[in-house]
Structures are given as C-alpha cells and as structure tokens.
Design a protein around this ligand. Structure first.
Ligand code: GAL
Ligand code: ZN
Length: 695
C-alpha cells in the first residue's frame, strides 16, 4: 500500500465496540472464538469510545482498552485504533458549548448525534490533542496495533459550522488567498447587485437568511471548509506523532460525498479507506455493482494506491429505507468487488451488534443471539476463505491506461450555477456513462481530478469540465500534443477558478486543439430529445443513430472533422460529435448528453483506435473484469453480477479462486490448476486468475 504500507495479507474484520460490553467479560472471549471461526484477523477499536476513555474531564481510563488489545493480540487479531473524536462526551458540551456547531441561521446545536463538532474550536482541539496523545503513548507502539483511524466519517450527516470562530477563520483564509479586498471583489464579481465589500471584516459565510447566491463565495466557503477539516486532521496526526507513534493514518471516507474535496483530505493521511453501503437487490445487482465499482475507483485513484474497505455491512443495513438481507453469495461478491478494484481489506460495520440505541438492528457478524450457527457468520467465513486463497494478491497495484475526470470543485461550481438546466445537469451520471463505457470493454479505469497528472494514460474522458482551474487547458493541450486522446464534452471550459466566465470563446484555451468553438447550449425539457446521425464514411465507422436529451450544445467547427450531426430541431445538421488531430494526439468533442449506448459504442472505438485492449476479449453485460498486478504477476478478477450463469473464455493462467475454493477448499500454490478456454461462472461467483507477466 501507499508509501510501502503493507499489512501482510488481507485484513478481514471491522468496527468493534467492546466498551459496550465491559460489564460482561465473557463476551470478549466468546467473540474471539467466533472471530477465529469466521477468519477475522482485524478489529477497528475506539470509534466513539471517548466517554469511556475520559469519563470526566482530565480523568483517563485506558486500562480496559489495553486488556482487550493484549487479548486480541495473543489471539493473532490486529487492531486498527481509532481516535474517539467522532463523538464527544456530554461533560464537554456542557462545560464548553463552543464545541457545538452553529447552523447557517446562527443557532447553536444542542448536545447529541455525532460528527458535528466545531472543529475550529481551540478548546475542542485541545481536548482532542490530549486524548489522542494519551492513546498514542499507551498503544502507538503496541505490536498488535497496525494503524490509526482518525475520527470517523468527517462531516458525515452534519451541517457546516457557522459559529463566530469559523466565520473569523474564513475571513483569514480569504485575506490570505486574495491579499486585498479589491482582488476579492473582482474575483467574486461583487459589483453585481451592489454586493461590493469594503473590508474582509464584512464578509459573512453563505447563509439561507443572508447571501446564498454569490457563487464564488459559496465556492470559496466549500474550499475553506475542506481546508479547515484538513487542518483538523493535521491536529490529530500531530498529537499521535507527539505521543510517539509512527503508524500510518487514515480517515474513512464516504460514498459520493460532495461537501468535502476528498483530494485535499487525501493529502493529509497515509492511506485511503472508505465505507461502502450499496442497496444490493434493490435494482439488478449488475447495476448496483457498476455504481459501487466507480466509487471504489474514485477512492483508489485519490492516491493511486491500494486502499482499505473500512466498513461494509455483513447483512442488512438498518438506516436504509428498507433493511434488505444480502442473499447467499452477495456478501462475498460485494466484498471481492472492493478487492478487485484495489482494496487490501474487507472490513465490516460491525463485528458485534450493539444491544441498544439506533444501531441495534444494524447487520453484524455476531448478532444478539451470539452463536456461530448463523447464516451471516457462515457467509463471513466464506469471505475469510476467499481472502486466504488470494492472499498473494494483497498489495498488488492497479494499472489503468484510461481515466475519467471527476472533479469536486468543478461539481460544486457547476451545480451551484444558475443555468443551463436547473432541474438537473447530471454531472455524476455523465461521468458514470464515460466510466461505464470503458469498464464494459474490460479496461481498468482511474477516476481523477484536475490536480492529477495525465501522463499515465492513453485516453482520458473529460465530461462536463465546466471549470478550468489552475489553467487546466494547458495540461490538456500538452497531453494531446504528446499523443494522448482526449474526449471532452459539452459545457466545458466555461469558467475559471472563481466561477468567472471566460471571455473570447469556449472551451477556453482549447478551441484550436478541439478545432471548434461552442456557440450556444440548449436546455431540453425532460420529455424532449434529439437524435444524432452518423456522417457517412466517418473514420470511426459509426453506423447507428443515438438519442440525446437534457443538454445539446451548438458548435461552430474550425478544423475539426464532424462525425455525427443532430437530426432534429433548428440545429439539425450541426455537429453532435467531432474529432480534431492535434500534435501527435486527438481531441474528440461530444456535443450532447447521449444515451449510454452512444458512450459504449463510441468509446470502445476510440479506445481501440488509441491502442487499448480490454482485459478479456469480450466482457458480457453484467460481468466485471479488473486486474491488479505486481512486478511479476497480473491477477485477473472476473465477477458475474448477473442473475444467470455466464460463459467466459478464460486466458491462460492459474486459478487462485473459484466458488469451490471460496466455499472452503484450501488451495495451496502447488495445486493451482492451469486454466484456459471456456468456463461457466455462476451468478455472484468470482474467479481470480494469476498470470505471469512476460519480461
Ligand atoms: C457508518 C458509520 C458507522 C455506522 C455505520 C452504519 O456511516 O461510520 O459508525 O454508523 O455507518 O451503517
Ligand atoms: Zn465553528
């Protein structure tokens, strides 16, 4: 893993809260026994245990934790230790109300919930420092402790803090960023509606009862909230280092989480981890798998290193509208999907179900009944078997030559802007269409933001890159000049870093590279659509027509070759898809929001033309193929998320995992079967095939 972080083999375990069972010491012994049976080799401890660790201000009790860590260690179970700062003790809120958040109407929250502290508060930071230092001194060098889990799901389920302290910090952030108020006024376009500021002291955070609509203010506020969260992570990290521990740190990130720019937070930790709770069986599993797959790729791409699946539900998730059980085999398939996309762990929330409060009905490895003869424990054991069988693949990297841009700041800006379609721009869905098109042809795909280099890729899709920040156009230009293929879409290169519209034509700075200028964009009503027709003899060999809706851009071509044209409306005959040769590369431009079939067909032609080949010759619908590799071997993961068996033509290789192995047959290296040719894969089955990379 990152920076040489290796946990030797896969971690299999999850959140464990033995502090809820201190009055019943037998529980720990029973749990350890069941952990062994289920192949659990890790527990994540300490999440939310502050009130037990520091029951009264300055009075610490860490002995119970030491006892438990020792006992787990004696039994070969490693601990990821969490700082308890995801929730605070009541005494702290009572004595220092400043630790409680204030909403955008100026009201301070009462005590309760979690993840909702004012993390600017000096008192809160001091309390955090002390408890973290204590934990680090006590356990940071314990041989059973392997990493730090800082706080929990930062900002999850909580509003931003708008207290006077945070407002003051925001103004400092702006002073630092802009230097003079004139510079800020210019960048924010405050002459509009007479919102000009005379001084930084006058600035207030965005508010529903104040200024909600100054887009650049909103954008800088989100950047500030991200930065102050990053700063808070640094406080925790420093405290841990001061306590004498140099173990790697992580934060557990969340699904499609907009409020914080995860690329910035990623810089503050040693490795990435995230919590994955798909609603399996709500739709066809193959659709849910696509959704989860892209999230895994986003997480892996943050550092372009293996990550940890920090939480996932072994059974039914009680906060979802319907608590659906996972059908037999679903847990293994979902868990191995994380691994296939680069996870070095399968960790659950939670290992033992709590007895009371709001998560008493959340699925757990050990339920209230507490026996080993439960269906869920058997399913968990099956995951344990699978992870043992593919042990050698842990730590292997993902090599991708195709990437899709998905940029947080771009999303904030675009979704806040008024127009061109306030009832839905579908940024995430559009990114997904590109990602899915590459994935369906069997490519590994990175999902990166504008700060990341493009050098590793041959083809990069840049859907709806509304904002070009840090002069992104130069990066794109250099990439194409050096032989890369770019696929850009409508609504790109419209504004700069502070949401000021570019003058003199868009896509800004790339009109020569793309060979066109965008002139207008048409928002379509939900019921409207247009169609695109192939231009006969087009070099991609496109023969079909495709529909588009939501947004249709009109472009005026200057040099680009037109591959498809609109069929309807007053812009019938205008370009809908173009390509331009530039330097040693090519720049494609997709003018409208097309149906998935367009992306699937066109992207595979473009990627093929650029020399990319899928990991399998053909990938049947609903099958996921990914690979991980070391310097010697490539590991192919093939998963069937369909509801029917599928036949796959396997390349030559040795099988590390199939259904029988997952069900418990051990698979020592010397017994590995050599595979090649047709093979049936059952629904929810995963195959892992090892191939030697020729040198
Ligand atoms: C996560 C959270 C856990 C637990 C879990 C339940 O978001 O980090 O503490 O609440 O959800 O699914
Ligand atoms: Zn605050």
């Amino acid at each position: 893993m990152a920076g040489g972080i290796h946990f030797s083999g896969y971690l299999h375990g999850g959140d464990y809260n033995p502090e809820q069972w201190l009055d019943n010491p037998e529980i720990l012994e029973k749990d350890i026994e069941l952990f062994q049976k289920a192949g659990i080799n890790e527990v994540t401890m300490g999440v939310f245990s502050w009130a037990v660790l520091e029951p009264r201000e300055g009075e610490y009790d860490l002995e119970w934790m030491r006892r438990i860590i020792d006992r787990l260690y004696e039994n070969g179970i490693r601990v990821i230790l969490a700082t308890p700062t995801g929730a605070r003790p009541k005494w702290m809120a009572d004595r220092y109300p400043e630790v409680l958040r204030v909403n955008d109407r100026g009201q301070r929250d009462y005590f309760g919930q979690r993840h909702n502290h004012c993390n600017s508060s000096p008192v809160f930071r001091e309390k955090v420092r002390r408890i973290d230092r204590k934990l680090s001194e006590a356990f940071g060098r314990h041989p059973g402790v392997i990493a730090w889990h800082l706080s929990n799901e930062l900002a999850g389920c909580a509003h931003d803090c708008f207290c006077p302290l945070c407002q003051e910090k925001f103004r400092e952030y702006l002073r630092e960023k802009y230097g003079t108020i004139e510079a800020l006024n210019k960048a924010w376009a405050t002459t509009f509606w007479s919102h000009t500021y005379n001084d930084f002291d006058q600035i207030e955070a965005p508010s529903s009862i104040g200024e909600p609509g100054l887009h650049a203010l909103n954008l800088d506020w989100r950047r500030f909230v991200t930065e102050s969260t990053a700063d808070f992570i640094r406080v925790e990290t420093e405290a841990i280092r001061e306590g004498g521990s140099d173990l790697p740190t992580t934060i557990n990130l969340m699904y499609d989480f907009r409020p914080l720019n995860y690329h910035k937070l990623a810089e503050t930790v040693d490795f990435i981890s995230w919590d994955n709770y798909p609603s399996w069986h709500k739709k066809e599993e193959a659709l849910t798998a696509l959704d989860a797959g892209m999230q895994h790729d986003i997480m892996r791409s943050l550092k372009k290193e293996p990550f940890l699946l920090m939480e996932s539900c072994p059974s039914a998730t009680n906060w979802q509208p319907v608590s659906k059980l996972k059908k037999p085999g679903m847990l293994a398939a979902a868990s191995l999907q994380a691994v296939a996309h680069g996870s070095d762990s399968v960790l659950y929330f939670q290992l033992r179900q709590s007895r009371g409060a709001s998560e008493k009905f959340h699925g757990a490895v050990i339920d209230h009944y507490g026996g080993e003869d439960t269906r869920v424990l058997q399913e968990v054991a099956r995951v344990g078997n699978a992870l043992r069988a593919i042990r050698e693949t842990a730590g292997a990297q993902t090599a991708a030559r195709a990437a899709v841009l998905f940029d947080w700041e771009n999303r904030w800006a675009m979704e806040d802007a008024a127009g061109p379609r306030n009832q839905g721009l579908f940024y995430k869905e559009t990114v997904e269409k590109s990602w899915q098109a590459f994935r369906k042809m069997g490519l590994n795909v990175d999902v990166i933001d504008m700060t990341q280099p493009l050098d590793d890729y041959q083809v990069v899709a840049m859907p709806m890159l509304y904002m070009f920040r840090d002069e992104y156009e130069n990066k794109v230009r250099a990439f194409v000049e050096q032989g890369g293929t770019v696929i850009m879409t409508y609504w790109s290169g419209i504004v700069d870093d502070t949401d000021l519209c570019f003058l003199e034509g868009t896509p800004h700075g790339l009109m020569d590279v793309l060979g066109l200028r965008s002139t207008e964009i048409d928002g379509l009503y939900d019921w409207e659509k247009n169609t695109a027709l192939p231009v006969s003899g087009n070099p991609l060999g496109i023969g079909k027509t495709y529909t588009c809706n939501h947004l249709c851009e009109l472009v005026s071509v200057k040099g680009a070759q037109v591959l498809m044209t609109y069929a309807e409306d007053f812009y019938a005959g205008l370009p809908a898809l173009t390509v331009n040769r530039w330097g040693r590369g090519k720049a494609y431009y997709v003018c409208a929001d097309f149906e998935q079939a367009f992306y699937d067909d066109i992207y595979s032609r473009i990627a093929g033309e650029a020399g990319l080949h899928g990991l399998l010759e053909t990938v049947p619908e609903g099958v996921e193929v990914t690979s991980r590799q070391t310097s010697e071997k490539e590991y192919l993961f093939i998963q069937n998320f369909r509801r029917t068996p599928v036949t796959i033509n396997l390349p030559e290789g040795k099988l590390l995992l199939d259904a029988a192995i997952a069900a418990g047959r051990e698979c020592p290296e010397e017994n590995l079967r050599s595979e090649r040719g047709e093979r049936i894969i059952e629904p929810l089955e995963t195959l892992v095939l090892a191939r030697i990379i020729p040198h």
